[in-house]
Ligand binder design. Structure first.
Ligand SMILES: CC(C)(COP(=O)(O)OP(=O)(O)OC[C@H]1O[C@@H](n2cnc3c(N)ncnc32)[C@H](O)[C@@H]1OP(=O)(O)O)[C@@H](O)C(=O)NCCC(=O)NCCS
Length: 172
């Protein structure tokens, strides 16, 4: 199986291709009480030209313990059900790691997930950090969550500042 990984600006992805991916995301993630950020970058994994796995990256300057940090936010990590367990999402994340710390020049990657996936993300270099985590919503609310699993990728072994995390915008 040959999997092709590509990272493009989300705005440059053809509408029909994006629609297929959005449909899968809606089916896999369902609805949410929160509004989520639009991504800046879309990473796709394709086999024979068809989307099978992917993730999205948001560029954001956030605050961690009152310090400005440049983040590459990873969200929307999915593999279509029949393609799971073949290392596709791991390969996508490895590529995303290089992109975030390299081309994007971010200091850290950041994602939110559930307890069950901590080992999965840890295997590709991500580490759990403490919150609380705060983010904005369109109605002006600042939401604070204390029960989400927050994981970061430390680019070039940088030390995570620690303290309260304010995403300074919509979450991803
Ligand atoms: C999580 C997901 C992206 C993994 O995709 P994948 O291409 O199968 O990933 P890989 O093959 O690289 O790694 C698979 C590993 O993920 C882990 N994993 C996946 N889903 C898991 C779950 N629900 N609970 C625990 N571990 C899980 C397992 O360790 C698995 O290893 P195994 O194949 O040895 O069992 C895919 O299962 C998916 O789309 N899930 C639904 C959407 C989702 O939860 N996304 C993450 C949001 S933070």
């Amino acid at each position: 199986m040959k999997a092709d990984i590509e990272i493009r600006r989300t705005g440059a992805v053809p509408a029909d291709e994006l629609e297929v991916i959005r449909r899968w995301q809606a089916q896999i993630f369902g609805s949410s009480e929160y509004q989520w950020a639009d991504s800046d970058w879309l990473l796709t994994v394709k086999v024979d030209g068809n989307f099978v796995s992917g993730l999205e990256v948001v560029e954001r300057t956030a605050k961690v313990g009152n310090r400005d940090v440049r983040l590459g936010g990873v969200g929307g990590v999915i593999t279509l059900p029949e393609w799971r367990g073949k290392g596709l999402a791991s390969a996508a994340l490895q590529r995303a790691n290089d992109f975030i710390c390299g081309e994007l020049g971010a200091e850290f990657g950041l994602l939110v997930t559930g307890e069950a996936l901590i080992p999965f993300y840890s295997r590709v270099g991500w580490e759990r950090v403490n919150g609380p985590l705060m983010f904005d919503q369109p109605d002006g609310r600042k939401v604070t969550v204390t029960d989400w699993v927050i994981m970061v990728l430390r680019c070039n072994g940088r030390k995570w500042p620690g303290g309260e995390i304010d995403l300074c915008g919509l979450p991803w």
